[in-house]
Write a protein that binds this ligand. Structure first.
Ligand SMILES: Cc1cc2nc3c(=O)[nH]c(=O)nc-3n(C[C@H](O)[C@H](O)[C@H](O)COP(=O)(O)OP(=O)(O)OC[C@H]3O[C@@H](n4cnc5c(N)ncnc54)[C@H](O)[C@@H]3O)c2cc1C
Length: 459
């Protein structure tokens, strides 16, 4: 009887799962394993919103495996130690795992090799599970660069890569009797999560997809920036935890065709783009991708501004709406992410790392590659080809939320303000303003802009 272990990480699904498929082909019995590694918590990634969503993903994965005669084996402890223990217990000859790019994922892979090699257990690391195209597979021609630093040429090359057929979920999974684990964690046991958090799991992700796709994919190009419509897919947490396969989504969108689907595929490509940057430049998780000389303000000199931003009381309605939505849902529309991040870095001139940490503390889809590199993009320290652009929250608010519906959804103080002034409540008569209980602007936009321009003039 041959046995293989599949270590599930950020690929918590049964559809289109190459490591599981390979293990089932190679062995008579398979251990689907998830390890709750204290290293994730120590690295600062374990926060209530993602813990709760992860619990939903694990419960769902277990149920789907049971439906096929198997089960998910959950263990707690250092990941390499637990994998080695399970492999030894069931006499496994192989361990299968999806590749990933974070510093934690690299450490995990080396630790696994270090314990499995001496045991004679083969470690198979599969590309193209958590991304559409593996990081490092594409490099710019005619240079000595190991990755693309600009999105558009990357997208052109990426679009030409032939994608594999998505794999069907397995019909049956036989798990060795002797292998013991814990019950999957429950989202109900997680304290401090956002009240409006989405439900985790492949089942919920596929339902979300089924509900969104027919109505909204075709119009994605027209509506993805529209804050009022809130018409983006909201699939990011499912992609982050691998409850949905990015290859499958892209293949399905291409098969659908049309400008909406093309715009959606382009957006999914941004995930791969940031991952290939992080794979080549792991330090970009913390250090400026393009070394600049910014003398950002930090906690010591901007504590009140940072607190007002975090709590959604900057006095700029669309910024405050975004920050309150983030806290309530653990998720935020991309246009709102751009606006609140631009406001923190360029208007308040606060270090992008402070904003990125706050996002990672709350975002259900928060991940190192997408979060840190999007923050760097907005701060102008990353891959944006126009690093000095500053988004004006009033102009942007009027453009992407013209009736103020998004603002009123999250900032009830402004519920009664007419559309014309909802993005500029400071223009209301003083006595009306006094009754709103909404803060005055933290800073005049012109002053923030002047400070930023002055700082960047040194470039
Ligand atoms: C400051 C900042 C921080 C961000 N942090 C994260 C993060 O931690 N995790 C994360 O998944 N996304 C992050 N994003 C990217 C983007 O905002 C979200 O992926 C998107 O809003 C998720 O909503 P959706 O699923 O409805 O997206 P849709 O518009 O439906 O797009 C489909 C998918 O494409 C991917 N995608 C879309 N835009 C981007 C982008 N700019 N970069 C990378 N992938 C993208 C996502 O996986 C998304 O689910 C960040 C953006 C900014 C500006």
């Amino acid at each position: 009887m041959t046995v293989a272990v599949v270590l599930f990480t950020s690929d918590l699904r049964l559809h289109d799962h190459p490591p599981l498929h390979a293990a089932l082909r190679a062995a008579d019995e398979v251990v689907p394993l998830f390890v709750r590694d204290p290293g994730v918590r120590d690295a600062g990634f374990s926060v209530p919103n993602r813990e709760a969503f992860l619990a939903g993903c694990l419960t769902d994965l277990d149920a789907r495996l049971r439906h096929r005669g198997g089960r998910l084996v959950v263990r707690s402890g250092p990941v390499a130690r637990e994998v080695a223990a399970v492999a030894a217990q069931c006499g496994a000859g192989q361990v299968h795992l999806a590749s990933d790019v974070s510093a934690y994922a690299r450490r995990r892979e080396s630790a696994l090799r270090a314990v499995l090699d001496p045991m004679g257990v083969a470690l198979h690391v599969h590309d193209g599970v958590t991304t559409v195209v593996p990081p490092g597979a594409l490099t710019p021609s005619g240079g000595d660069h190991d990755h693309y630093a600009v999105f558009t040429p990357y997208f052109r090359s990426w679009s030409r890569v032939a994608l594999r057929e998505p794999l069907d979920p397995p019909r049956a999974v036989r798990v060795p009797e002797a292998v013991r684990g814990e019950a999957p964690p429950s989202a109900r046991d997680v304290a401090g999560m956002s009240p409006g958090l989405a439900e985790g799991g492949e089942t919920a992700g596929r339902s979300r997809c089924a509900a969104w796709w027919p109505q909204d994919l075709s119009r994605y190009d027209e509506r993805h920036d529209d804050l009022e419509a809130d018409a983006t897919s909201r699939l990011s947490p499912y992609l982050h935890f691998g409850a949905l396969s990015p290859v499958e989504l892209v293949r399905r969108a291409r098969a659908h065709g049309g400008p909406g689907a093309e715009a959606f595929v382009r957006q999914v490509c941004w995930r791969d783009f940031h991952r290939q940057v992080l794979a080549a430049r792991p330090d970009a998780a913390h250090a400026d991708y393009r070394g600049r000389d910014d003398a950002w303000r930090g906690e010591a000199d901007a504590a009140e501004d940072i607190a007002a931003w975090r709590e959604g009381r900057t006095g700029y309605p669309v910024v405050d709406a975004g920050m309150r939505q983030l806290r309530h849902e653990g998720w935020l529309h991309n246009r709102a992410r751009l606006l609140v991040a631009s406001f923190l870095t360029k208007t308040l001139y606060v270090d992008w790392r402070i904003g990125a940490r706050h996002f990672l503390d709350l975002l259900v889809d928060g991940d190192v590659a997408n979060n840190q590199l999007n923050w760097q993009w907005v701060a102008g320290t990353g891959t944006d080809t126009r690093p000095h652009r500053v988004l004006n929250p009033v102009i942007q608010g009027k453009r992407f939320d013209p009736r103020g519906t998004y603002v009123r959804r999250w900032v009830p103080e402004l519920a009664g303000v007419e559309d014309r002034l909802v993005h500029e409540p400071w223009r209301l008569p003083e006595e009306t303003r006094a009754g709103l209980g909404y803060p005055e602007p933290l800073i005049a936009l012109a002053d923030g802009l002047a400070r930023f321009k002055h700082a960047r003039a040194r470039d």
